[in-house]
Design a protein around this ligand. Sequence first.
Ligand code: IVH
Length: 711
Amino acid sequence: MFSQDQQNSLLQQTKELLKNSQLKAIEKAEAENILPQLRQVLNFHDWLYYVLSEPQIEDIDYDYLFDALKISEERFPELISPDSPTQRVARGLSEDFPTVSHLVPMLSLQKAYNNEDLRDWETSIKKLIQQEEVEYAIEPKYDGASLSLIYENDFLVRGATRGNGTTGDDITNNVKTIPTVPLSAPFSKYGIHRIEVRGEVVISKQKFEQMNKEKEAAGEKLYSNSRNTASGALRQKDSSKVMDKKLEAFVYQVGVAMNEAGNDLAKQVVSHSKGVQMLYDLGFKTPYKDEKEDNHICQSMDEVIAFCDRLRETRDDYDYEIDGIVIKINSLELQELCGATSHHPRWAIALKFDARQAVTTLENVEFQVGRTGAITPVAKLATVNLAGANISNASLHNEEFIKEKDLHIGDQVIVERAGDVIPYIVQVIPEKRDGSQVPVTFPENCPSCQEKVEKTEGEAVWRCVNTDCPAQVEERLIHYVSKGAMDIRGLGRDIIKRFFKDGFIQRIPDIYHLDYAKIQELEGWGERSVAKLKESIEASKDQPLSKLIIGLGIREVGRGTARNLLEAIQSLEELQNWTVEQLIELPDIGPKVAANIVEFFQNEKSQQLLADLKAAGVNMKKRAVDQPKLDSNLLAGKTFLFTGTLQQFTRNDAKKMVESNGGKILSAVSKKLNYLVVGEKAGSKLKKAEKIETVSILTEEEFLAMVNPAT
Ligand code: IVH
């Protein structure tokens, strides 16, 4: 879309515009000149960010330019253009989506399930075209919602769903909110007056996971899969809810392309891959940017099959859900020769990957008690094979989830496995019920200790609040020996469970007083394995203090908090006297975590635990291993935050410079902040810092002088 020269010039223009501190207050004559520039620059940065994933501008600078454009457009509405980035934002409620006809039907694809099916297809097309050599273009088959886009005179005029293939829903306003769909594209360069482009709307695996994490944290119903979520989002009546910037559209096909006179120009592009390349050049997100990239073009079915075999193996590494591979004859002339049935074109085929959904029986629901007492329901399923893995468990998250899905023991359920994530129950099949199924009920008592379970207002999780609950004790033991904590090899989950059951270990300190002679007599144990176990238990006494802090299992205290605590103490015992007020003074420790820490250390049982660990010889002192390796201590105890566009160094370098000299980076301006280093165009952070007397404001040069006093 943008040549290197254009890119350089647009970056230069960006700089110029950013220098203009009056940009939000321009007069009409100036606006007529500057608004087109602003639009072009912002569209360019959208492209860098969303299509290339290579942003070249700070968020704050982008926001400054965007706000300037918006303010001027509000003042001079006659200057608004339909491809202004401001036009991507919500346009209120749609009553209903009008039904629209596709310019040419949106057909399906015929399917292949294995290499043999591909060979059969090869034979059939070669018969049709009477030609031995065929070039194929291959693309991932995106598992999303299909989309049709129409551009007229270079502007996006319509976005529609596939619908029944002949007619779909007009979802133009929602489509405009998708950042990878250009609101205008210079098709006229190619003599194209009207074009229909096809593609797929998807949500990346990473964004989808993050969305569900947020849902889970809020105790809300989870999204079942990214395809349904994307297609649901496209039909949102309220376009402000079309999931702000989570949707992406890949385009992979030209439907029709016409010149002014209405003649079809599609054939002027000689191959499918050249068409895709043209779309990429016009600013769209496509399966590949260059037809030569990554073997997307194959000269024979052998090459196609080798490609497919590779992609099948690496499917999970892909950033988007794909459910197969689409193989298309590359020459448009040959495509025409093959033609289409009413259902699918003969020139393409989709090789489908193994199913990742299967139907099985929900045999039982078990309620597991975690280390902090949280009760998690787990589905026990009749074992079923899903894309190569045997599945017999699925997480059910919480009570809401069970109610939501209306789960009954004995139900037939659809399970799905996406990537490496834990299998998931998509839905029950109510038609398969025969009356013998019983609703799943959440227990009122802890399945381990039988105490009543409790739920905090506003939380989705039921908890057992009895800290002596055997299940919790066992989980705490498992956590203590785990890799991230004291890392006692040879004492994993199963052995802890066995020792706990047999009475060898009841509390953490018991680990250090094991009766090795007795253990040696147990089945499966011998002299050597006992000696090894003893060795790793002894070695754990010498673990860095941070590992012990993690191992104690204080709620919400992980590696980061352990490190922050270690900056303030010399030995663990000191923490027994700390108050919430003192703790929240430490970098990045908030009131909730502080309260958890105080509660832990004031608890008599914890005090006994620490005394027993000390008596057993477990290290409680901070030592050199707990200190990060530093270039100097120049910034020890000082906190920093960087804002604005930095000219002298990158944000990452800044972080390294601070940390390697003993300082800390904070994430927000607060009273805990000592220094705010400001680059160009600093915004709200600077304003906030100016109001706090104790924050010193530094230029980049002043900061460099602090780290490098000699120069
Ligand atoms: S080509 C006439 N290419 O698969 C053929 N389709 O089963 C036009 N799909 O409705 C489709 N990735 O939504 C094509 N790289 C790709 C695709 C793709 C996903 C979807 C598309 C279509 C369905 C056909």
